[in-house]
Ligand binder design. Structure first.
Ligand code: NAD
Length: 360
């Protein structure tokens, strides 16, 4: 059997679905790897490295399983054939037309976002591996945009107070943001609507902000707030946010527009020179004044909404994503080394978003 590693074509996408390091592991499983020429170039992984690792440079789109980062474009979907397998960030909840096109083409498509959040599947959890990168990088962006230090400094020229950092939404990205801001010397606080997160926040040395709203939903995710809860939350946050130099927002509710946590009034209440990094830009943003993909100064506050931060660290994000895909591929192989996914396995059943229905 073969897997194909194709070149990503989205603007600014620098990741590659499989790094040379993982080629040998797949070959060890009896799987041949075909790489489209230049697939790893933007992640600083030239064809030579893949060849040295045992891959062939060639028509990766013809492989039994095509590995991608982003969902395929219409042109790319047209290159796939019935029965072929595809794995990637296919956005099953929002990319209806793309999924329908894959289904119409008879492609057996696996969306990494649909892998269940159970312990056994943690090694395949690409949402987590990439959210980790985004959470880390968000803090670096904030520090870079800030007109102030993060750490406390005592110098001959005077003493500098540590930056106060508030992270709104403490899932995988938020927790990494807290830990990173702490390492930089900030005084950090975390907030979420899932009370179970409080202990995780404290475990990275951050304070827990309790606003008395419990909106824990299904599968470890948050549910959407009621209108009354949202108004209460916005008001409470408006009061709290005033005392922070940096606010990093990561709040998401699966399949919904990003919850509005930071109102224009809250931004207005912040000290000029403060920074907001809104990681929810892709789904509209957590801050009312966010312009997705832009850096804008409003009321003296710098509001950044970088899109696809994992693509800005393509070496490590690709490496971690490769490990996620390798684990998923391993699960799809039967004892003879053939691709024969067992749909009684809850991970594969959930991840597979289009396939030919078989009658029992
Ligand atoms: P996410 O990206 O869906 O959301 C980010 C955070 O925003 C979440 O913590 C959510 O509670 C929070 N949020 C949503 N609405 C909010 C609001 N109105 N106000 C404040 N916060 C709000 O979440 P995620 O990073 O994907 O993590 C979701 C959960 O899955 C976490 O509990 C995480 O620990 C868990 N998880 C489990 C596994 C596993 O066991 N395999 C792997 C990864 C994550």
């Amino acid at each position: 059997p073969t897997v194909g590693v194709v070149r990503e074509t989205n603007d600014g996408e620098r990741r590659v679905a499989l790094v040379p390091k993982m080629v040998a592991s797949l070959i060890g499983k009896g799987v041949d790897v075909i790489v489209e020429s230049g697939a790893g170039l933007a992640a600083l992984m030239p064809d030579e490295l893949y060849k040295e690792a045992g891959a062939t440079i060639g028509d990766a789109w013809s492989a039994d399983v095509v590995l991608k980062v982003a969902a395929p474009s219409a042109d790319e979907t047209a290159r796939l054939r019935a029965g072929q397998k595809l794995i990637g960030f296919l956005a099953p909840r929002t990319n209806e037309s793309g999924i329908a096109a894959l289904a119409a083409a008879g492609v057996e498509a696996y969306a990494v976002e649909a892998i269940p959040r159970i312990s056994r599947a943690q090694v395949m959890d690409a949402l987590s591996s990439q959210a980790n990168v985004a959470g880390y990088k968000a803090v670096i962006v904030a520090a870079s945009e800030s007109t102030r230090y993060f750490p406390m400094l005592t110098t001959a020229a005077g003493t500098v107070k540590p930056a106060t950092v508030l992270v709104l939404g403490v899932g995988v990205a938020g927790l990494q943001a807290l830990a990173t801001a702490k390492r930089l010397g900030g005084r950090v606080t975390g907030y979420d609507v899932r009370p179970e997160v409080a202990d995780q926040v404290r475990s990275v040395g951050a304070q827990w902000l309790d606003l008395g709203i419990d909106a824990a939903g299904e599968g470890g995710y948050a549910r959407q707030l009621t209108e009354a809860e949202q108004a209460q939350q916005q008001q409470a946050l408006e009061n709290a946010i005033k005392s922070f130099d940096v606010v990093i927002t990561t709040a998401l509710v699966p399949g919904r527009p990003a919850p509005r946590l930071v109102t224009a009034a809250a931004v207005e209440g912040m000290k000029p020179g403060s920074v907001i990094v809104d990681l929810a830009g892709e789904t509209g943003g957590n801050c009312e004044l966010t312009e997705p993909g832009q850096v804008a100064v409003k009321h003296g506050v710098t509001i950044c909404s970088p899109l696809n931060l994992p693509a800005t660290m393509p070496e490590h994000s690709s490496e971690l994503y490769s490990k996620n895909l390798y684990a998923l591929i391993e699960l799809m192989l039967d004892e003879n080394g053939a691709f024969a996914p067992d749909f009684d396995d809850e991970v594969l059943a959930a991840a597979c978003v289009t396939r030919k229905e078989t009658t029992a």
